[in-house]
Design a protein around this ligand. Structure first.
Ligand SMILES: NC(=O)c1ccc[n+]([C@@H]2O[C@H](COP(=O)([O-])OP(=O)(O)OC[C@H]3O[C@@H](n4cnc5c(N)ncnc54)[C@H](O)[C@@H]3O)[C@@H](O)[C@H]2O)c1
Length: 346
């Protein structure tokens, strides 16, 4: 039986773990040949092996996407190994959070490098190759649609306290996506974005596990405060974070022929519904004052109501969680047993 991505060549950055790994396995299961990249050799090789064990084809291109020479090496690996280039997924990345007054230049630049400059360089290096392949297809009378999927975040779309660097980079990739959708349409390339909300990976593990990621010579703390995690999950309509496989499913949709006329789009993956007003009761006991993030979220006070209300006009689950914590703190300050959180979405 023909598979949806039969013999396509897919390059996926950061595919040694988490969402990238799930994307690699999913695309490979539909027949794509995969160029696996990761900073860390061991998980990258493990992904390659998992694909081969399942009967697929994969090769590794190890190294940091932030290295200036990486893009050329990545594209060359695809061409040298498989003589093709059909799908690029810019997924590699991590977070390095702080409030703006405590954020170093190094933190700022690191996020722009990995989430914005690296995809820029990869796509710039891919352009002449895609142009040549596309011309050859046209000359042979074939119409082949190639795909780029860039990975963004709800932080990039709606902002997130403590992530000025990450949110800026993830917003930038949306602009790059929309621009390349316009530049590359004539080469039959669709360029889209998937903006994830909360997906359960190393990046979003509970901070109680004290996980660190060793990235570009630095040990960076990863994970989220467990109380914040619980509050975030409560704010998601489906009541839980997504799995890497579910995240990969959204990327897959933008890689298959059925999406050949979808371009310049950002798919928001937060299991959220259309704009609505959603008041709900909050269990203040679940949110300890110590869980307050050092993020200076400013609660709004509704003076007409005797109960404390915290409001957020943002759709980001992080903003919801911050608002929930402020609400809990206000409740504690006023010795009120029944705080409420109102979120107004538009
Ligand atoms: N998990 C979430 O909730 C979430 C939400 C929004 C966006 N995202 C985005 O999804 C993408 C994947 O994140 P994840 O949750 O799977 O994280 P993860 O830590 O599980 O996996 C990311 C992989 O990228 C690799 N990587 C990091 N920096 C790299 C570099 N410079 N060069 C090459 N590889 C590098 C890591 O080694 C790791 O294997 C990231 O871009 C992240 O910002 C994740």
């Amino acid at each position: 039986m023909t598979q949806k991505l039969d013999a396509k060549v897919a390059l996926i950055t950061g595919s040694g773990r988490g969402i990238g790994r799930a994307i690699a396995l999913k695309l490979a299961s539909e027949g794509a040949r995969i160029v696996v990249n990761d900073l860390d050799a061991e998980p990258a090789q493990e992904t390659v092996q998992a694909i081969r064990d399942a009967g697929g084809q994969a090769v590794a291109c190890i190294g940091s996407v932030a290295a200036p020479d990486f893009a050329d090496r990545f594209i060359a690996t695809a061409i040298d190994t498989y003589q093709g280039l059909d799908i690029i997924v810019n997924n590699a990345g991590y977070t390095w959070d702080n409030v703006i007054q405590k954020m170093s230049d190094e933190q700022w630049v690191a996020m722009l490098d990995v989430h914005l400059t690296a995809p820029f360089r990869i796509l710039r290096a891919a352009q002449p190759v895609i142009r040549r392949l596309s011309k050859a297809d046209t000359d042979a009378g074939h119409r082949v649609v190639r795909k780029v999927v860039n990975i963004s975040s709800v932080a990039g779309l709606f902002g997130n306290a403590g992530q000025a660097n990450y949110a800026t980079a993830k917003a930038g990739i949306v602009g790059m996506t929309q621009t390349l959708a316009k530049e590359w349409g004539r080469m039959n390339v669709t360029v889209n974005c998937v903006a994830f909300g909360f997906i359960q990976t190393r990046l979003t593990t509970s901070a109680a596990q004290h996980a660190t990621a060793h990235i570009d010579g630095r040990d960076i703390k990863v994970g989220i405060n467990p109380d914040l995690l619980a509050a975030m999950e409560r704010s998601i309509p489906l009541g839980r974070g997504g799995t890497p496989d579910e995240a990969a499913g959204a990327v897959y949709l933008l890689c298959i022929p059925e999406s050949d006329y979808v371009s310049g789009h950002t798919l928001l993956l937060w299991a959220a519904s259309a704009p609505s007003i959603k008041p709900f009761q909050l269990d203040a006991s679940a949110l300890s004052a110590s869980a307050m993030p050092s993020m200076n979220f400013q609660p709004l006070w509704c003076t007409r109501n005797p109960l404390p209300w915290a409001c957020t006009s943002q759709r980001s689950p992080w903003a919801w969680a911050s608002a929930a914590m402020n609400c809990a703190k206000l409740a504690a300050d006023r010795s009120t047993a029944s705080p409420r959180l109102a979120a107004i979405w538009w």
